[in-house]
Design a protein around this ligand. Structure first.
Ligand SMILES: [Ca+2]
Ligand SMILES: [Ca+2]
Length: 266
């Protein structure tokens, strides 16, 4: 118990939730648009607890050999050691002999978050968009904890829009999250059409696992060591959105080196 308490004190609370909202839409239809033989859809409003618990929905139409399915799921987890966010959504539209077959989903989730202290985070992320589908995820600072200040450009954007050819991306981002109010937004959509080659299926998937690291851990590998010093020296000077810009002031300079040395060996 003492060990876990100690860890919690060392780690702090990380990003914590202030507010959340969103919507989820799943839609399937088959047959003539004005006189469908099957149409199933649902629009759901999401609140903070829905997003933290995980929200999902699915609608299916099946008539003979025709099949249309749309599904969507999204979730954000906030823990003292890091956070995760995901979207898993998409669908199929396979026409049999009923004419037009169509599937669609839309997800919009927005969370407002608080950083009670300066943090640094390593984000391991992956994106898949295929068919006719888009994913967009971003994280930006809204202002100070007391409501003052103005928003800043996103520190993280993961975005892909597929048109027939699938798009698959993955990577690691490391950046500071300064004390203040932050907003994470997750957006996805797909459309699938049974008669259109390349659009029979659509997938929009996003997954990221974020881990808090030491403020001085330039490369986010979990240690503050000589590799971080070398990376900092390599980026020395004016530098927008550089990993070594530990205090995020648009410049890699002596104050960043001092932040690094203050945490040497951690
Ligand atoms: Ca490091
Ligand atoms: Ca700096």
């Amino acid at each position: 118990m003492f060990a876990s308490l100690f860890m919690a004190m060392v780690l702090g609370s990380g990003l914590t939730e202030l507010d959340g909202q969103g919507s989820m839409y799943v839609f399937t239809t088959m047959g003539p648009w004005t006189d469908p033989v099957c149409r199933e859809y649902e629009t759901t409003s999401l609140d903070l607890q829905d997003l933290l618990d995980g929200a999902q929905d699915q609608k299916v139409c099946q008539v003979g050999t025709a099949w249309a399915q749309a599904h969507a799921e999204t979730r954000v987890e906030l823990k003292p050691e890091g956070f995760m966010a995901m979207i898993d959504a998409g669908g199929e539209a396979i026409d049999g002999d009923v004419g037009d077959v169509f599937s669609r989903h839309d997800v919009l989730a927005t969370l407002e978050l608080a950083a009670e202290e300066d943090l640094r985070v390593r984000v391991d992320w992956s994106v898949l968009a295929s068919g006719l589908a888009s994913i967009h995820v971003e994280l930006l600072r809204l202002g100070n904890l007391d409501g003052s200040g103005s928003s800043s450009p996103p520190v993280m954007i993961h975005s892909a829009s597929a048109y027939i050819e699938p798009i698959q991306m993955q990577g690691v981002d490391v950046f500071p999250i300064s004390q203040g109010r932050w907003r994470m937004r997750l957006i996805s959509t797909h459309q699938a059409m049974g008669s259109e080659e390349g659009f029979v299926t659509g997938e929009a998937q996003y997954a990221q696992v974020s881990t808090y690291v030491s403020i001085g851990d330039v490369d986010g590998d979990g240690a503050v060591d000589i590799q971080d010093v070398l990376a900092l020296l390599d980026q020395f000077g004016a530098c927008e959105s550089c990993q070594a810009d530990l205090d995020d002031n648009g410049e890699v300079e002596i104050t960043d080196l001092l932040l690094l040395l203050a945490e040497w060996g951690t």
